[in-house]
Design a protein around this ligand. Structure first.
Ligand code: HOZ
Length: 429
């Protein structure tokens, strides 16, 4: 049998860092990444045939668990009809209709292949629509690896950010303002000084790239008010949260708390593709008509609306729109985080948890963080030890404390109980 270590050594010879996406390399937590050989339901198996309860779910898409029969059937049927045509299909219309049916702020949608592509395209469209260059993002939110969005906060209030990656020229991020998440005053000051130059504000309203941090209701309310007042577009990045925290995404969660709330544009990925490379961005007809071929903002893609990916996405959406799906998923997720919190209490280790729908987070801290700096101040060493303790016991959590976790409809009560038992052992061990 080939071991994970052997595969990692071989991978490192031909793939930078041995992985095709950095966090998979386990650099944050140390150790050898698990090379996955198969998956079914709530489980994945590594190259050594060790089984894990999977709380990553491909970083969100696998909301039904792996290999759901209805999804498999739809994908198998689509495969036999051809992999890619580079021409329109009826299935793309169906998927667009299915997305629009659940998200009232979206009247039209363009399908693309990845969350990065969707975020980058939404940004270009917002700039094209407003004729403005400046954009606002928040520290700790991740919107894919487009140049203009790989930025960390500058030193002073609302200064332009600095690239977080080599290869991103400072000039490319000169229009990107990076503000503190949940900081209402900073937002007000920024809009007072530069509001009429801002094309858009991008937000992960339930941020899943600094573990799990919610935007406060006053923060989202103020953001909506300032964007409307200054003619900037509010873009909700729902790549993680869309069809995951609720059928209508994070925006539907905030619409329940802020009467009439809607973003101007939304970005989707992950669940809408059911595990296939598929993402989307959308908004009002007025905004979307600026996109080529109707308008002057260019965007295109050979694999956009791919027939196999849309079949997978549609079959997934058909399952998750069944009555009671999210209630059951949310109950499982709550039980999962309760188990972690209880294990913490029983072991005398401070752990705080939060969740919404099928997405969760936990921190080794006494209180939930509200922004990136507070996330950074939580106990990373403890997280890393816990991560390995859980991995050893067959529970696969995200290999970095900056990532959210995901529960699927396939997780059983027995899986949740086993997770809690593993957590208690890992914390005591
Ligand atoms: N973008 C993910 C981290 N938030 C990682 C995706 C992957 O490695 O597949």
């Amino acid at each position: 049998m080939t071991t994970n270590e052997q595969l990692f050594a071989r991978a490192q010879a031909v793939i930078p860092g041995g992985v095709n996406s950095p966090v998979r390399a386990f650099r944050a937590v140390g150790g050898t990444p698990r090379f996955i050989s198969r998956a079914h339901g709530a489980y994945i198996w590594d190259a050594e045939d060790k089984r894990y309860i999977d709380y990553i779910g491909s970083w969100g898409p696998m909301i039904l668990g792996h290999g759901h029969p209805a999804v498999l059937e739809a994908v198998q049927k689509a495969l036999l009809e051809g992999f890619s045509y580079g021409a329109p299909t009826a299935r793309e219309i169906e998927l667009a209709e299915a997305i629009i049916a659940q998200v009232p702020s979206v009247e039209q949608v363009r399908l693309v292949s990845s969350g990065t592509e969707a975020g980058m395209s939404a940004l270009r469209l917002a700039r094209g629509v407003t004729g403005r260059s400046k954009i606002v993002k928040f520290e700790g939110c991740y919107h894919g690896h487009a140049d203009a969005l790989l930025v960390k906060a500058g030193s002073g209030l609302a200064t332009f950010g600095h690239p977080t990656s080599a290869g991103v020229p400072a000039e490319v991020v000169q229009h990107t303002l990076v503000l503190e998440y949940n900081n209402v005053e900073q937002l007000e000051e920024t809009f007072a000084a530069q509001g009429d130059e801002i094309a858009c504000v991008m937000l992960e309203a339930i941020a899943g790239n600094m573990n799990f941090v919610r935007a406060s209701v006053p923060f989202v309310t103020k953001l909506r008010e300032l964007c409307s007042k200054h003619g900037a577009l509010l873009i909700f990045d729902e790549v993680m949260t869309g069809f995951r925290v609720a059928l209508g995404g994070a925006q539907s969660v905030y619409a329940k708390l802020i009467p009439g709330f809607k973003p101007d544009m939304s970005v989707f990925g992950k669940v809408i593709g059911g595990g296939m490379p598929l993402a989307a961005f959308g908004g009002s007809r007025e905004v979307m008509k600026q996109l080529a071929p109707l308008g002057p903002v260019y965007q295109a893609g050979t694999l956009s609306g791919n027939p196999v990916a849309t079949a997978c996405g549609l079959a997934t959406l058909a399952e998750i729109t069944k009555p009671g799906f999210y209630e059951a998923l949310a109950a499982k997720t709550q039980k999962m985080v309760q188990g972690i919190a209880e294990a913490g209490r029983e072991a005398g280790v401070p752990i705080v948890t939060d969740c919404e729908g099928g997405m969760f987070g936990f921190f080794f801290a006494n209180a939930l963080p509200h922004n990136y700096n507070e996330v950074m101040a939580t106990d990373k060493e403890r997280f890393n030890r816990f991560f390995h303790g859980m991995l050893d016991r067959g529970v696969y959590l995200a290999p970095a404390m900056y990532e959210a976790g995901f529960v699927s409809a396939a997780h059983t009560d027995a899986d949740l109980a086993a997770t809690k038992a593993a957590a208690l052992e890992a914390l005591r061990g």
